[in-house]
Design a protein around this ligand. Structure first.
Ligand code: KQY
Length: 368
């Protein structure tokens, strides 16, 4: 039986592991809303199937899906992917799913953050979000995992990256945004992160990726590859609005130490050539009051740092950019010499405002 706990993970001996630690499985949500995904979400569904398929070569995958889409998802997804019916508002498992924490006895628990669609009524991306806010609890129930609920404290999984050894990286643009926890000071937010993720040192970057609609989640700009090793979204083009953001992040990362006192090894991942929504793509999305519109010419926050680490592999987004897709693969293969590096074409995911890391959530194995 899965229980709701009134204690705090850190005090119970739990910590958030690094994504590179062993997984039991990956969770995803099936995309279907036609005001975010073009053409009735069919092209996005194809891309999600490709992501699930790529990951399923390395570890178990569970995809949750609404009742209305169950048969379609079951038909399109590979047989070895588990499909579970679950109500939802959209397909961003990184943000709506539980953040799992582990202890040194093989225990695994879930943190169920309050979710408000990246900003609630201030600058949230859709309304309502009540079904998304229940996804984390339902995952924990299915897996019979006890969970902690942070009622009144809003956070998403994409806004935190840890080395699993006491260090957390976040952005001020996101965690201090008006739409999340405006009643809390930076110090109070840090205390919540320490208590619920079991970390000691928090590295604050100012920004993430230019025009990232999540208020600049850290997972689009920086990714922990291993303790002491990060990849950073970068551009050499000093005229690109991303340049000052990545440069500032580089300065912070290069001039800090982590919780263990290590300097960070930083690997630059050059962003792709600008990805913009075409007229045809924009016309394929239903206009709905309260949902962020997808306009022709809108620049998308495309970045290779939004890759996903699963057991023995790294699944990274490609954008049909011959130069930078290939360069990203080379950097990732150097950073992850013992893992396969597998590209999945992610244009249809970026058109919906996110990327591969945003649609996946790892459930750690827990060491026994
Ligand atoms: O990037 C993410 N973590 C989620 C993006 C949400 C976009 C909603 N339309």
């Amino acid at each position: 039986m899965a229980k709701r706990l009134n204690t705090k993970p850190k005090h119970d001996g739990y910590r958030m592991p690094g994504e590179f630690e062993p997984h039991k499985q990956t969770w995803m949500v099936w995309p279907e809303r036609t005001d975010n995904w073009r053409l009735g979400a069919k092209p996005a569904q194809k891309a999600f199937v490709e992501v699930a398929q790529a990951i399923s070569h390395y570890e178990k995958v569970t995809v949750v899906v609404s009742a209305a889409q169950y048969e379609n998802a079951r038909h399109l997804l590979p047989d070895d992917v588990r499909v579970v019916e679950m109500s939802n508002d959209d397909a961003w498992m990184r943000d709506t799913g539980a953040t799992f924490v582990v202890n040194d006895k093989g225990g695994v628990r879930g943190v169920d953050w309050e979710f408000n669609a990246w900003g609630g009524l201030v600058d949230g991306l859709y309304f309502p979000w009540d079904q998304d806010d229940k996804v984390a609890q339902k995952m924990c129930e299915i897996e019979e995992i006890d969970s902690y609920r942070t009622e009144g404290f809003v956070l998403e999984g994409g806004s935190i990256h840890t080395d699993g050894e006491g260090t957390l990286i976040v952005t001020e643009a996101c965690l201090l945004s008006e739409g999340r926890n405006p009643h809390m000071s930076k110090e109070a937010i840090e205390e919540m992160l320490r208590d619920y993720l079991g970390v000691e040192k928090i590295i604050w970057l100012k920004n993430g990726i230019y025009l990232d609609e999540t208020n600049e989640h850290v997972d689009n700009i920086v990714h922990y590859a291993a303790p002491g090793v990060v990849t950073l979204a970068w551009t050499d083009d000093e005229n690109d609005p991303q340049y000052p953001l990545s440069k500032a992040a580089y300065e912070v990362l290069a001039n800090t130490t982590d919780a263990k006192g290590r300097k960070l090894e930083i690997h630059k991942l050059h962003i792709p050539s600008t990805v913009e929504i075409t007229e045809e793509e924009s016309k394929g999305v239903d206009a709905v009051e309260g949902t962020l519109p997808r306009e022709e010419g809108d620049r998308q926050a495309a970045s290779y740092a939004n890759y996903y680490i699963c057991n023995d592999a790294v699944i990274y987004p490609t954008f049909g950019d011959e130069t930078y897709d290939q360069k990203a693969k080379e950097v990732l293969q150097k950073v992850f010499p013992d893992r396969d590096v597998v590209g999945v074409y992610a244009r249809e995911i970026i058109l919906g405002g996110g990327n591969i890391h945003c649609i996946t959530q790892q459930q750690p194995l827990g060491k026994k």
